[in-house]
Every structure is written in structure tokens, then in C-alpha cells.
Design a protein. Structure first.
Length: 381
């Protein structure tokens, strides 16, 4: 649905009911991916597309029917038709499943907030029930900004928590996906299939220090979907040839570059220079910014010395508590590649409030949010 966010936002702001047809599953050579949507208002105005033209007429009529009738959601499959392919089938030979639902903006104010966030270029996720009990079909839940809060409801508190956790993960990765929750006593009794729509730029990984560890970390960061920047003040080391997996390589003083670039709550700052000339001004600034993760490389002795210098520079203890140093989880890493895995593992654990412990050492559901277990969550910056 976020492909037509501007129009849907205008309709929601005007409290105008509309029918929303969403591609929830595709197979074969379907023309458009899941999450693509077409909407029709009560006056017959249309926005968006679900097939690039092949079955728009049939979907339009289904939308009009849902608006005119009781409003109960309808799900239909469109595939290739040998008898009349151009009338009601996909000429490409694929198949799409389309869910059509009535949306009353007055009843879903959280949807207006999410559409407004997308319209303004901010990150947002909308989780939409596309399969499950009929009374839950089409219900939605929204995750905005840094993902620390959600709005809307899919049923009970367990369903909301489980889906919100999945939506946060997809939002951080900037991906659209189908997820299944429930069907057990630990999450929710009803099994739900939820389509999570997301709109967010790739999260940033800022690596300071053009060293061998940075080359491995930039590759790992790119693999995880980050937009990777490597920055170093030394032009002989900071070259694109040395960091082929980085999206950009910058020659500048680290703290000066950080002061002038855009960051957000999903940004990971990795300081690999372990040189006080670079580290102290850079970390002093990084720890004051609303970024998601700040880590610094070095031995424990280097870390202790660096903490002393940061305190002398006036960095408050509340900021120092955010510093992950020595950087990474204790995996016994030795090589640059192993160290990159250690660092990215810590970034993932921090983003999802994971413990970093082996799963075999725990009990209970693997993906249940910590808050649901009665544990206190660490602060989200």
C-alpha cells in the first residue's frame, strides 16, 4: 500500500472510506511484488495498480463490491486464463493473490500517521493481516520511526507484540515480507499470516579507520543491508579499491565528517582507528547523537585509557554507558573476517535486545520479545 502513500494519506486526512486491494502473494512471472496496492474510493477514483493492467478491471469491480456491501474482506486469486487471458487473467503466466478490504480512516487513525511518515520520507512499517480468522482480516498495526513503539491492534496484546517485533526487524532491513505468528500458547492462539509493508532508506554503517578490519566489516555490513561508508583522514589508505563493498569511501577527519552527515536511530558507528587523536573527538560527538550503536575497537587497556580521555573531555557518564568497547561479542575472533562477524553480531543483538548468549542456554520461545518475559529492556537511542 505504501506505493500509493500520498493518495491514501489525502483520503485518510479527508476521512474518505476506500477499498484497498493488496497483492499478498505471487507465484511465477507476476508483474508486481507483494505489498503493491490499488485503491478505489466511493466516487470511483482509482490509485495504484496490482498487475500493471492485466486484471485491473476485475480488481476494480471487486473493490466497488466490497465498498457497496457489508465491507467484509474478499480474497481472490488471478492467474493465466486460456479462454480469455486478456479479460481476467495474467498474460505473463503468473498468479497473484489479492486481498480487498474496506478501510475507514476514522477507525484506523494509526494508518494516517504511518502514511504521513512515509509521505515525509521517514521510516514506517504497516503490518496487515492477510490470512487468519475472518474477523481479523485486514486489521493493521503500524511501527514508526525508530521502531520503539507501535500503534493499532491485530487482536490481543500477544498478537500485537509478536507482529510488532517482526515489523521492527523488517523495517530495520528495509524489506517487505510475509510473516506468520501464533498458533501456540506462547504468542497467540490464532495463527495469522501478516504482510509487513515497509518504507525506509537502508540503515547506515559508518566505519572510521581504513584498516583491514574495516574491509571485512564493510563486506559484512553490505551483506546485512547497510549503506556502508568508510572514512579516514589518510588518503593513501582511504581508497575505493581497498573497500569494494563500501557504498562510499571518504577522506576526511572522522569527527568532521560525522558532524556533517545524516544519521538516525538505525545508524551503526564503528570506530576502528584505536588512535586517541581520532577516537576522542569522534566518540565525543558520536555518543551525543541519536544513533543506534556506537562501538570502538581496542584492547581493554586502550578502552580504559580512552574512557579517561573522554571523561577529561567532558563526556557525561550517561553517554559513556552507550559505548560498546571493546567492540563486538566474545566469539574468540582472530581474523578480520571473524572480527567482522563479532561486531555485526553485537549490532544485531543490540538492535533486537538480544542477550548474545547461545540459544541452547535459554528456554522458551526464541523470538518472543524480552518485555513479554518480564525482563527490562535496555534503552533505545
Amino acid at each position: 500500500m505504501l506505493n500509493i502513500a500520498d493518495t491514501l494519506y489525502d483520503w485518510c486526512r479527508e476521512a474518505r472510506p476506500f477499498a484497498l486491494a493488496t497483492v499478498v502473494q505471487v507465484s511465477g512471472s507476476a508483474p508486481l511484488p507483494p505489498g503493491t496496492a490499488l485503491a478505489v474510493d466511493a466516487d470511483g477514483n482509482v490509485a495504484g495498480s496490482v498487475s500493471g493492467g492485466c486484471v485491473e478491471g476485475a480488481v476494480y469491480e471487486l473493490c466497488r463490491q466490497v465498498l457497496a456491501d457489508s465491507g467484509a474482506p474478499a480474497r481472490s486469486r488471478f492467474g493465466y486464463s486460456d479462454d480469455d487471458a486478456f479479460a481476467v487473467g495474467l498474460t505473463c503466466g503468473g498468479e497473484i493473490d489479492v486481498l480487498v478490504q474496506r478501510v475507514d480512516p476514522v477507525d484506523q487513525p494509526h494508518l494516517t500517521l504511518a502514511l504521513d511518515e512515509v509521505r515525509r520520507g521517514g521510516p514506517a512499517a504497516v503490518a496487515q493481516v492477510v490470512d487468519g480468522p475472518e474477523e481479523l482480516l485486514g486489521r493493521s498495526l503500524c511501527v514508526l520511526g525508530d521502531g520503539s513503539a507501535y500503534d493499532g491492534t491485530l487482536g490481543g496484546a500477544r498478537e500485537n507484540r509478536a507482529v510488532a517485533a517482526q515489523a521492527r526487524a523488517l523495517l530495520r532491513a528495509g524489506r517487505i515480507g510475509l510473516v506468520e505468528v501464533g498458533g501456540d500458547a506462547d504468542t497467540c492462539p490464532e495463527r495469522l499470516t501478516v504482510l509487513v509493508h515497509t518504507r525506509a532508506p537502508r540503515p547506515r554503517m559508518l566505519i572510521f579507520g581504513a584498516v583491514d578490519f574495516a574491509a571485512a566489516l564493510s563486506q559484512a555490513g553490505a551483506f546485512l543491508g547497510y549503506r556502508v561508508t568508510v572514512c579516514d583522514a589518510r588518503p593513501v589508505f582511504a581508497t575505493a579499491a581497498r573497500f569494494p563493498y563500501a557504498d562510499e569511501v571518504v577522506v576526511d577527519w572522522p569527527h568532521r565528517y560525522l558532524a556533517g552527515t545524516e544519521v538516525d536511530a538505525r545508524t551503526a558507528v564503528c570506530v576502528l582507528t584505536h588512535d586517541a587523536r581520532f577516537d576522542v573527538p569522534l566518540l565525543r560527538l558520536a555518543l551525543s547523537l541519536p544513533v543506534g550503536y556506537v562501538g570502538a575497537m581496542g584492547s581493554r587497556r586502550t578502552h580504559d585509557h580512552r574512557l579517561g580521555l573522554l571523561r577529561e573531555a567532558g563526556v557525561p557518564e550517561t553517554h559513556l554507558a552507550r559505548l560498546h568497547s571493546p567492540i563486538g561479542l566474545d566469539l574468540g575472533a582472530r581474523t578480520p573476517e571473524e572480527t567482522a562477524v563479532s561486531i555485526t553480531a553485537e549490532i544485531i543483538a543490540h538492535a533486537h535486545h538480544g542477550t548474545g548468549l547461545p540459544l541452547s542456554h535459554g528456554s522458551g520461545p526464541i523470538h518472543e520479545p524480552l518485555a513479554a518475559r518480564g525482563w527490562e529492556l535496555p534503552p533505545v537511542y
